[in-house]
Design a protein around this ligand. Structure first.
Ligand code: UDX
Length: 417
């Protein structure tokens, strides 16, 4: 927002995070973020604070706190959103806009708008966020669409005007805008992530069928992807989706639909979740199988811990899960990731990590790729020569099977012969 020319104060209750940000250091890995952070701070338009009172005087208040999965349940935990809104209300002025960015169950904005209206003269809008990790800066500066969920009447007109001002530069570039009601805006986000998750699980289901028929799911994806109605993106079969969004968002959607008495409408998302989780079993099974069932004390190089490349995020990461499970089976796992070792170590200190992926491979009986970082996609049999075994399990179907086989390796991908 500061990069777009606005004057911004970023507020969080986490003092350590605020201290880091104030020094221009990002609390997580995101390509391009440190640069933009430094330039925004230097411009004088961006500062950070732990005091909500510093929100006073702002015209627009974005609420972008997390909505994690509730422990032991499918539903989203709204504690942080509720707390942020409640704490913000005393600092709001008449005509201010509160813009919700957090991913919330449908119905939340309507409930919160009553609280905001009762406690202040401010207006609430719901403005879902669609950025992808690894592309967060680009997706924020030039989003592919904007969705404004606004109240009816004058308040809605005012909300739209304010959001148009906020996003003026994107609007100049003809970014499509959908102005709608709260429920639709909330559902756009839930359904977008449900659709993406479904697309991935669809191709992973095809991978399961390919595995019992000898077909090749990557060629199948290419072939169906040429149909413009289907499209090739998000059709990469592999160890499945993870992260802080897709898994918990489809579960929260299931929970919310059930509350609304429409559980059957999204019951298929349980299958989507189930197919996705089965892919992790499949990768573990392939490793076990390649060792003739004898995993104990075998050395396994796990390449990848983050849920996707260009991120240090290990929330619900299939890669980290595979590493943990193989360790649980008694294997000597050595895991490597360009960015996610620190986060993985704090969750699973029992694992052994190697900063250098080639060091992880040294002496390994099996090499497993579970996150398609560039350096892992570019791995070759020559680079992996220090491995003891000659088995590569490609959990992301991201290397050239022909080349590895030609070099004498046993190559196993997902959904590939
Ligand atoms: C997602 C949505 O894309 C984004 O719009 C929303 O705002 C937040 O959630 P993100 O979590 O950053 O973004 O990751 P995304 O790129 O969607 O990937 C999610 C997972 O799906 C990753 O684990 C990725 O490895 C996996 N994936 C993706 C596949 O397994 N196959 C694919 O073809 C694509």
């Amino acid at each position: 927002m500061a990069e777009l020319g606005h004057e911004v104060v970023g507020i969080d209750v986490d003092a350590a995070k605020i201290a880091l940000l104030s020094e221009g250091r990002a609390p997580f890995y995101e390509p391009g973020l440190p640069e933009i952070l430094t330039s925004a701070i230097a411009s004088g338009r961006l500062r950070f604070s732990t005091e909500l009172a510093d929100a006073r005087g702002a015209a627009v208040h974005f609420v972008a706190v997390g909505t994690p999965q509730r422990r032991g349940e499918n539903a989203a935990d709204l504690t942080y959103v509720d707390a942020a809104i409640a704490a913000l209300i005393p600092h709001l002025s008449d005509g201010d806009l509160v813009a919700g960015k957090s991913t919330v169950p449908v119905g939340t904005a309507a409930r919160l708008s009553e609280l905001v209206a009762a406690g202040s003269g401010a207006i609430l809008a719901w403005n879902p966020e669609f950025l992808r990790e690894g592309f967060a800066v680009k997706d924020t500066i030039s989003p592919d669409r904007l969705v404004y969920g606004v109240p009816a009447g004058e308040a809605g007109i005012r909300a739209k005007e304010l959001l148009d001002e906020v996003y003026a530069s994107a609007l100049l570039n003809d970014t499509p805008v959908v102005v709608t009601d709260y429920a639709t805006a909330e559902l756009v986000k839930a359904s977008a992530n449900a659709f993406l998750a479904t697309k991935i699980s669809f191709i992973n289901a095809m991978a399961e069928i390919a595995e019992v028929t000898g077909a090749d799911v990557t060629q199948l994806a290419d072939a169906i992807g040429f149909d413009a109605r289907i499209g090739r993106r998000f059709l990469n079969a592999g160890v499945g989706f993870g992260g802080g969004c897709l898994p918990k968002d489809i579960r929260a959607f299931i929970a919310r639909a059930e509350e609304l008495g429409r559980g059957e409408s999204v019951a298929f998302l349980k299958e989507v979740d189930g197919i996705n989780l089965r892919r992790r079993d499949r990768v573990v099974d392939l490793v076990v199988d390649s060792l003739g069932g004898e995993v104990y004390q075998k050395r396994i190089a796990v390449l990848g811990l983050a849920f996707k490349p260009d991120s240090d995020d290990v929330r619900d990461s299939p890669a980290l899960d595979v590493a943990v499970r193989l360790h649980g089976l008694g294997a000597q796992v050595v895991a490597s990731d360009p960015q996610a070792i620190e986060n993985s170590r704090s969750l699973h200190p029992q694992l052994t990590f190697a900063e250098d992926h080639l060091a992880a491979i040294e002496g390994a009986d099996v090499v497993v790729i579970v996150t398609e970082w560039k350096q892992f996609r570019e791995l070759t049999p020559e680079l992996a020569a220090a491995a003891k075994g000659r088995v590569l399990i490609d959990g992301r179907n991201c290397v050239d099977a022909v080349a590895w086989r030609a070099a004498g390796w046993t190559y196993r991908g997902l959904g590939r012969p």
